[in-house]
Design a protein around this ligand. Structure first.
Ligand SMILES: Cc1cc2nc3c(=O)[nH]c(=O)nc-3n(C[C@H](O)[C@H](O)[C@H](O)COP(=O)(O)OP(=O)(O)OC[C@H]3O[C@@H](n4cnc5c(N)ncnc54)[C@H](O)[C@@H]3O)c2cc1C
Length: 387
């Protein structure tokens, strides 16, 4: 629809400013899924952002995904992550799509009629999302029965489908060997845990999902049984890291704008001077910008290399998400200090931003894991050995 990349960014800016931003405070206060913003993004034609052109999508890779999530993240981190997880799920479905999956999932996604999401995490394996214990059993009559407990499924209860990971009962599968299946959101046997009441990202609806003998036809299996290690490193990880990194880069920029706005207005009556005129404050703001700018450069360098198939670019993607998590938390911490007592108020924007930022490290692959994976890659060690 929007063949030129600049048009994609323009339309995202427009939706962010006119729809998403006005709901940010409400979304956080009431922990409500950002319905209006997500629907506006779909209506603007951005539902199929990461789906290749030949399947009816917009054909964009990780660089555009990062930028779109950055723009949305400047207005609302929750909305950015909800939309980002939809894009990651879409990319996973598209990567080895069948005719059935095209008709029932990709086409509705591209037409803005379907939201998907990724549900890999489980309590039992935590951040080791590649070690699911959810089981899928082949009934040998064309169906699989899925049983297990998923945790933190973003867009939980609100998406039309979920890309879920599971292991087959028949085999004692090695690390990383599992299957991805599309589970329709209205399947019988799906049960949602309590409403999401997170410290931050309160609009995410990241809920626990019980799969109680959910039957799905074999047409819902993505790729070949057991080939999911390919999905982890070729689709899930790069798209996931990019969406999250983009969202948090946007949040970091929003923090700087918030800090700027406060400092520009803060004037002392005893000398009539603005703290913006203090060289210490100027220096501190300069440091914030440098942190933001260097992680932005790393993210767009990494995504450009990745999209162009440059060997080794995954390492830069790993580091980009880890660095952005460090940076956004650092920037918001410094921003809190720079804005003094007013930032410490319960209803300050920085309060929300600080809570949203805190989840950056633990969205798996976590910062710790990404550092370890990077080290392992450099040292030529297997990535997923111990846990
Ligand atoms: C707001 C939110 C939204 C989410 N959305 C989704 C979603 O849409 N889909 C989804 O599948 N999941 C989602 N998750 C889950 C997320 O990706 C993680 O899986 C989850 O937060 C891990 O939590 P845990 O308490 O089990 O962490 P744990 O696994 O207990 O880890 C705790 C800490 O220990 C560290 N650690 C553990 N093992 C290692 C190791 N081997 N090496 C180094 N460090 C290690 C971790 O880095 C982490 O910092 C979401 C989580 C949150 C908070």
């Amino acid at each position: 629809m929007y063949s030129e990349i600049s048009k994609v960014f323009e339309i995202t800016e427009e939706v962010s400013k006119s729809v998403i931003a006005k709901n940010t405070v409400h979304t956080d206060k009431y922990a409500e899924w950002p319905e209006e913003g997500i629907r506006a993004l779909q209506q603007a034609g951005l539902g199929g952002l990461t789906i290749p052109l030949e399947f009816g999508g917009m054909g964009h890779g990780t660089e555009t995904l990062a930028k779109v999530c950055e723009i949305i993240g400047q207005s609302c981190a929750s909305t950015s992550i909800c939309y980002g997880m939809h894009c990651v799920g879409s990319a996973v479905i598209a990567s080895k799509v069948t005719d059935f999956q095209q008709d029932n999932y990709l086409t509705p996604i591209c037409e803005g009629r379907h939201i998907t999401s990724l549900s890999l995490s489980e309590l039992g394996s935590g951040s080791h999302f590649y070690l699911p214990r959810t089981k899928m059993t082949n009934t040998h009559n064309g169906d699989y029965i899925i049983e297990g407990e998923k945790s933190f499924a973003t867009n939980g209860g609100r998406a039309d489908s979920y890309v879920v990971s599971a292991v087959t009962e028949e085999t004692n599968q090695p690390t990383g060997k599992f299957n991805c299946i599309i589970v329709p959101g209205n399947s019988e046997g799906i049960e949602w845990g309590p409403a999401w009441a997170g410290l931050g990202l309160r609009g995410n609806s990241s809920r626990n999902l019980s799969l109680n003998k959910v039957a799905v036809s074999e047409e819902h299996i993505l790729g070949n049984e057991g080939d999911q290690i390919w999905y982890i490193f070729n689709v899930i990880t790069p798209y996931f890291l990019t969406a999250i990194a983009g969202a948090y880069l946007g949040l970091a920029r929003a923090v700087i704008e918030e800090v700027k706005s406060h400092i520009m207005k803060r004037t002392f009556s005893f000398n009539g001077k603005s703290i913006a005129s203090s060289s210490v404050t100027q220096h501190q703001v300069g440091c914030l910008w440098a942190k933001y700018a260097r992680t932005r450069a790393l993210l767009y360098w990494a995504t450009q290399c990745y999209d162009n198939g440059i060997e080794g670019s995954q390492l830069d993607l790993f580091s980009a998400k880890a660095e952005i998590a460090d940076t956004v938390i650092d920037i918001v911490n410094e921003g809190m200090t720079l804005c003094g007592g007013s930032a410490y108020r319960e209803d300050s924007n920085l309060n929300r931003m600080m809570r949203d930022a805190r989840a950056a490290h633990i969205m798996s692959p976590t910062t710790d894991m990404l550092r370890v994976w990077t080290g392992r890659s450099i040292l030529e060690q297997p990535l997923l050995t111990d846990t």
